[in-house]
Design a protein around this ligand. Structure first.
Ligand code: ZN
Length: 409
């Protein structure tokens, strides 16, 4: 932890002690003055998504309500959503961070940014827009869906940047190919956020659209997208450590893990006013990338998010991350980027069915055999493979759901 970060954390602890009912309750018995070193800080309890849900609707508010200018809400899959209140400073800070992301990706005020993530309660669309406007680029605020109109605007407006989820970018890329629009579009870069995506999918999107792709990361609880992005070296995402403090911990024990190893990302907001968060467990799996980046940026890096602590799948006693399956499939010739995993029980034994698409010009049966052999060799389990022609599996306009688990029913 940098000296400056510890100073910011001390200030934050004093601030929440005075004005956050949420942390007054959570840190009962702990005084801000007791936290004298970075080590003391790591002994503070984590803040969890469940804590945030319990604070619904406005329990996280840490300033006078007159200072709150906006709320956002995270898309909770179960039960109560989480409401995050923002002050004017928070909204401005988020736009600053987002503008930095665009700059990191080489975007300037000459660019036209087609924004396809959703607008509304959740943070995606509006974050892309505010950062774009602060940078001085031209926002084309499409929101999600309506592929016809997306393609028309992409051609007519000659948009140079596509902001999108990976699965929607893939859908658009395939449509551009199918309609032979490659020479009519002017896209140069894609800013892709909000879900995991493998190298194969990356290649397909990048080749079809002729663009350079950048991963952007963030979560509604911590501003929204825009707290980190990869640079043109594409070796990790730079994060803004003057606004957020990152820790990587063992998801089971909560202890810090050796630098460079994968674990759960835990985030503390250094400047947030409306709803500051201290040691928030993201459930995202990442690692720190040691050393300085070749791009020369002084901001530290973390790896792409390779999975969620809660979608780690355990089959026949073996732990695996979907990202590892991505990598494994990527190395097998003929396997396309689209796949679905279906898990169920058969006679009391786990059954792992992998449905995937095969590139044109390959024999489905041969590729299926190769995939089966690789799983046995690299992961050590026997799976059922189902190879399908390109374009068979459904494309979705939001987050891809790769794993369907029927075993818990
Ligand atoms: Zn870099």
């Amino acid at each position: 932890m940098k000296t400056e970060q510890f100073r910011q954390i001390k200030e934050l602890l004093i601030r929440v002690e005075k004005s956050s009912p949420f942390y007054q309750e959570k840190f009962k018995g702990i005084q801000a003055a007791d936290i004298k070193s970075p080590e003391d800080f790591t002994k503070l309890p984590f803040t969890t998504k469940a804590d945030l849900r319990d604070a619904y609707p406005l329990g996280l508010m840490a300033v006078e309500e007159s200072r709150i200018v906006r709320i956002h809400s995270s898309s909770g899959t179960t039960g109560q959503p989480v409401i995050i209140p923002y002050t004017k400073e928070d909204v401005q800070d988020w736009a600053k961070l987002f503008a930095r992301c665009y700059q990191m990706a080489g975007i300037t005020n000459r660019d036209r940014v087609q924004i396809t993530p959703g607008y509304g309660l959740w943070t995606a669309g509006i974050g892309f827009q505010a950062g774009c406007e602060l940078l001085g680029a031209m926002a084309v605020p499409m929101g999600p869906g309506n592929t016809e109109k997306q393609l028309k605007m992409m051609v007519d407006m000659q948009t140079t940047v596509l902001a999108s989820t990976a699965s929607y970018a893939l859908l658009l890329a395939e449509q551009v190919m199918e309609r032979g629009l490659q020479d009519k579009i002017a896209l140069k870069r894609g800013i892709i956020g909000s879900e995991r995506w493998g190298d194969k999918m990356r290649e397909r999107i990048s080749q079809a659209l002729g663009i350079e792709l950048f991963d952007i990361y963030g979560l509604t609880e911590i501003y929204g997208p825009g707290i980190s992005i990869d640079c043109h070296c594409h070796n990790g995402l730079h994060y803004w450590d003057d606004y957020v403090y990152f820790e990587i911990v063992d998801p089971h024990t909560g202890n810090p893990i050796p630098e460079g190893e994968y674990g759960e990302l835990v985030i503390t907001t250094l400047r947030k006013q409306g709803a500051p968060l201290i040691r928030f467990r993201t459930h995202d799996i990442s690692r720190f990338i040691p050393g300085t980046c070749l791009c020369g940026s002084p901001f530290p890096r973390h790896s792409r998010i390779i999975g969620r602590t809660d979608d780690m799948i355990k089959v026949k006693g073996v732990n695996m991350f979907p990202a590892y399956i991505d990598t494994l499939l990527h190395e097998i010739p003929g396997v396309s980027s689209e796949y679905t995993i279906v898990l169920d029980h058969e006679h009391g034994v786990d059954r792992f069915l992998l449905r995937f698409e095969v590139e044109n010009g390959y024999n489905c049966e041969e590729v299926a055999d190769a995939v089966g052999r690789e799983f046995k060799a690299k992961i050590g389990i026997k799976i059922v493979t189902q190879a399908e022609p390109l374009g068979t599996l459904p494309r979705v306009e939001g987050k891809s759901k790769r794993v369907v688990d029927y075993r818990t029913r």
